[in-house]
Design a protein around this ligand. Structure first.
Ligand SMILES: Nc1ncnc2c1ncn2[C@@H]1O[C@H](COP(=O)(O)OP(=O)(O)OP(=O)(O)O)[C@@H](O)[C@H]1O
Length: 486
């Protein structure tokens, strides 16, 4: 009954309003009419909701949107306490849990009196040149009162970016080398910390090589205009090769520290296809080092010539990977060699920022010539066994010693015995309070190896006489001789 009355009242109110409106229009002069119209318009505008929204998409014209990345990190740390539906994961090797908002969840943030409502959305995409037709459009949406538009632009968004950087930095510090970045790229990136201690001062390589690398890096980062002028991507490719334990990883950390670049450790064997590879690469930030370690084990790169003939890009899918001994591991990887080569060749031409791509291998000889040709790997850096100069750096780092009575002996032994800097570092580690013991242990280890080498040579000699010798190379590059006599 009450409802009926209400409807009746509304009806009569509307009728009255119509009557007044007609009366006003007929009896008031046009000027007064205009003023009244403006008045009603202002009231209507005032009554309209003043919330405005902005969306922050994952990709901006197919290129990754840095702001999206920052928002994800920022909200990840904030939403734990307030969002009602969270995704939680523990990235492999990470000590931390990662929280992310589920889709269509809301989270309210307050900044300088302004309430900001955040939500996360995923929409099915129709087709996209870069990321493939089945990719989803992901975006964050923020809604706030119109009055705070300027505050959001000039203060809140920069605040989000800054906070995200602090969070990322703390995560790196906490998780050190093993941390994988918590992102929705399938956890393919490992983020390497900025505070890795290896620098050009601590790395044990020859001074000539050190100066050469530093000079090359300095030249590279100062040549933005040059790269723009010649129309090439501002990138440089390094190939670090040498036996295990000679400092390839340490050199990468030294380079990143020197340039103050981020490091992305790309696990090629985990990338499912070329489009994912492309997407990952364009999602890297400017000023970054992209590392593909043990390239010879990641995909079967040596197979190129066989498969390259008369095949198109799709056919060129390599479904194998090898372990360090060269045996084939599980199938399923479908990153093509052409995918890798294409990205080296300049996928980033229009990305702007500088990027260094570093490949490492223990077996340079296994790499395809196409991968080694100039333009793809601008610099090949050989890291080898410990020489006297490198040893002195390690002794200084680990024992704080410049001179010692055994130095001469060490120098002579290093001429004939192959030890890696990692071997020496292992021996010296923990001997900083007993320098003599540290140095003695190094000498003892090298003498042991010398005896073994001499023994082996003797065996070779004997077996050579019997004609049943087969030479092989150990993985660490040390030549050994094994007899396969009957
Ligand atoms: N040239 C070097 N200078 C200083 N330290 C080194 C050097 N080479 C190796 N080390 C020490 O040995 C450890 C292992 O070295 P690193 O991982 O850099 O070698 P790598 O060549 O990358 O080995 P792998 O091929 O097995 O990955 C390092 O943590 C470091 O302590």
């Amino acid at each position: 009954m009450e409802i009926l009355l209400d409807w009746k009242s509304i009806g009569s109110l509307l009728a009255t309003l119509m009557f007044i409106r007609t009366a006003l229009r007929d009896f008031l002069p046009p000027e007064a009419n205009l003023v009244l119209q403006r008045f009603f318009k202002t009231i209507l505008t005032y009554l309209q909701p003043k919330t405005i929204s902005m969306s922050i998409e994952e990709y901006d014209d197919s290129y990754s949107n840095d702001l999206y990345d920052s928002v994800r990190t920022y909200l990840g740390s904030k939403c734990f306490f307030s969002a009602k539906d969270l995704k939680v994961s523990k990235p492999k090797n990470s000590k931390e849990f990662a929280f992310t908002m589920n889709t269509d969840q809301a989270f309210e943030d307050v900044f300088k009196g302004c309430r900001i409502n955040w939500s996360f959305h995923i929409e099915k995409k129709t087709s996209d040149e870069y990321s493939g037709s089945d990719d989803d459009k992901k975006y964050f949406k923020l809604c706030f009162h119109n009055d705070y538009k300027e505050l959001i632009r000039s203060e809140y968004l920069p605040h989000v970016v800054k906070e995200a950087e602090v969070i990322k930095f703390k995560n790196r510090e906490r998780n050190l080398f093993t941390n994988r970045s918590v992102d929705d790229h399938g956890r393919l990136w490992s983020s390497v910390p900025f505070n890795h201690p290896s620098t050009f001062d601590t790395i044990a390589i020859s001074p000539v090589l050190k100066a050469e690398i530093k000079g090359d890096l300095e030249k590279f980062i100062s040549r933005r205009d040059y790269y723009t002028r010649v129309g090439r991507a501002w990138k440089r490719g390094y190939l670090l090769y040498g036996p295990p334990g000679t400092g390839k990883t340490s050199l990468i950390a030294s380079i990143a520290n020197f340039l103050e670049f981020d490091i992305y450790d790309l696990e090629l064997s985990s990338v499912s296809d070329n489009s994912q590879l492309r997407k990952l690469l364009i999602s890297t930030t400017n000023k970054s080092v992209i590392v593909v370690e043990d390239i010879d084990c990641s995909v079967d790169l040596s197979d190129r010539k066989k498969k390259d003939m008369n095949t198109d890009d799709d056919e060129l899918k390599l479904n194998v990977k090898k372990d360090k001994k060269g045996s084939y591991l599980s199938m399923g990887n479908s990153v093509s060699l052409s995918g890798v080569l294409n990205f080296i060749d300049g996928l980033w031409s229009s990305c702007g920022g500088e990027r260094l791509i570093i490949f490492t291998t223990n077996h340079k000889e296994k790499l395809d010539a196409a991968l080694l040709r100039p333009g793809r790997m601008d610099k090949h850096i050989n890291l080898s066994f410990c020489d006297y100069y490198s040893f002195r750096i390690l002794a200084r780092n680990y024992l704080l010693v410049e001179e010692h009575e055994t130095m001469k002996q060490v120098e002579e032994l290093l001429r004939v015995v192959k030890v890696t800097p990692a071997d020496v570092a292992e021996i010296l580690m923990g001997c900083d309070e007993d320098i003599d013991m540290g140095m003695r242990n190094v000498v003892r280890e090298m003498k042991k190896r010398l005896v073994v080498t001499k023994e082996k040579k003797k065996v070779v000699k004997n077996f050579e006489d019997e004609g049943v010798i087969q030479e092989e190379k150990l993985e660490n590059g040390e030549e050994i001789v094994e007899s396969h006599g009957s």
